[in-house]
Design a protein around this ligand. Structure first.
Ligand code: FNR
Length: 379
């Protein structure tokens, strides 16, 4: 209401309402190296573009005489009562998108203000304990890049539990970084410059592996980080992964229904359909086109979804295709770049307001009303 009635009253918002303008202005606000890292993707970015345009292949069919004057966007996710099904995806260099270099803390503060949970990346500019302190009453999740050093993995997870995170999201699609021409042509991988490694430098196991425990020696930290970063896990490792925590365990990057069935058999609590925003492998399906098969195979297990969500209409479509919760990555990074905590809050509130209005106008007042029958595939 506030956004809408301000506009009706002629108040011009400081931050863009349309995603295209948000993106354009963020490209001007961010340092070129950060911009290309955040905005870029794998190969010629075909899959990244498809993630966005594939939503246009689905159309919502409005229902009338529903009387959708009150909407309920609340959702139960792993026993957590959330006001909406929106999530902020883990974004490894979010720290650098904030003007003060503390974008992780800003994101956590935006989570506290909006009730939209943050999935905090392993690659964080501030240690996870400091990030978690900013969540307020909003639950947060910790995203794990599983290192090859199992003691380190166990340490990171037990720290996340102690810090009060409500679930562990293990990212499966990034044990090696994808082919990213924008970054390869500039030599621009922020983590290899020592940025966003605070969860490592603050970790007792990681520190014990450094020569003389010197966490202030950037060169030594980066070399140690690079040597343990990516673990190409196999199904044989799933029981170990499961044993790491009694918190909800969610595996991110699952797009094949057979993988979903095996993960479910292995005791995970949720699957997360995503292609990493098209950053990892080019030539893949749009994530939204993988979602129906994932939901089918999940057979009642919660399904988180991201990649390409840019509008409330996209949120509604992903929910109708069976997602339990829907994540955004780049959009909130751009909000942060333009307006700090307020910028992220602006992006989240605008997305939620559009989602809510579409559910009103199209006559789908609750998430339970949003089923595949609400959609038609474009001819
Ligand atoms: C990411 N993503 C990501 N995922 C993850 O599991 N851990 C991470 O550290 C990161 N880091 C990261 C950095 C940047 C700059 C971006 C843009 C993305 C992927 C992220 O969680 C999510 O899957 C995508 O961002 C979703 O796609 P959109 O919304 O950006 O299109």
């Amino acid at each position: 209401h506030e956004i809408y009635f301000n506009a009706l009253g002629g108040v011009v918002p400081e931050l863009p309402m349309a995603f295209a303008e948000l993106e354009q202005r963020a490209s001007e606000a961010l340092a070129p190296s950060v911009w290309s890292y955040v905005a870029g993707g794998a190969g010629d970015e075909f899959t990244q573009r498809e993630n966005v345009t594939a939503f246009e292949q689905w159309g919502l069919v409005p229902r009338m005489f529903v009387g959708a004057s009150k909407r309920d966007l609340s959702v139960d996710l792993f026993g957590l009562k959330l006001d909406s099904p929106l999530l902020m995806c883990p974004v490894g260099v979010i720290g650098l998108c904030g003007q003060d270099g503390h974008g992780d803390l800003a994101t956590a503060r935006a989570a506290a203000r909006t009730g939209v949970p943050m999935v905090a990346s392993t690659l964080s500019a501030d240690p996870m304990e400091d990030v978690a302190k900013e969540f307020g009453d909003t639950p947060g999740f910790f995203q794990l890049y599983t290192p090859t050093d199992r003691d380190l993995a166990e340490s990171l997870v037990s720290r996340a539990e102690a810090a009060g995170f409500k679930g562990i999201v293990v990212t499966m699609d990034t044990w090696v970084t994808g082919w990213r021409p924008r970054d390869l042509s500039t030599g621009n991988f922020p983590q290899l410059r020592g940025h966003c490694l605070s969860n490592y430098t603050s970790d007792p196991v990681f520190r014990s592996r450094l020569p003389q425990g010197r966490a202030d020696d950037t060169q030594a930290v980066v070399m140690q980080f690079a040597s343990v970063f990516g673990n190409p896990l196999t199904w044989d490792d799933l029981p170990w992964l499961r044993s790491l925590t009694s918190l909800p365990l969610i595996v991110k990057g699952l797009c094949h229904p057979e993988d979903v069935r095996r993960a479910k058999d292995g005791g995970v609590d949720g699957v997360y359909c995503s292609n990493h925003g098209g950053r990892q492998a080019n030539g893949g399906l749009a994530a939204i086109d993988a979602l129906p098969d994932v939901v089918d195979a999940a057979d009642g297990l919660p399904v988180l979804f991201d990649s390409g969500v840019r509008s409330g209409a996209d949120v509604v479509k992903a929910l109708a295709l069976g997602a339990t919760a829907v994540g955004i990555g780049r959009p909130y990074a751009y909000g942060l770049a333009l307006g700090g905590v307020d910028g992220i809050v602006h992006v989240l509130r605008s997305l939620l307001a559009e989602t809510d209005l579409i559910m009103a106008v199209d006559g789908y007042p609750t998430l339970a009303d949003l089923t595949p029958q609400a959609l038609r595939r474009r001819r």
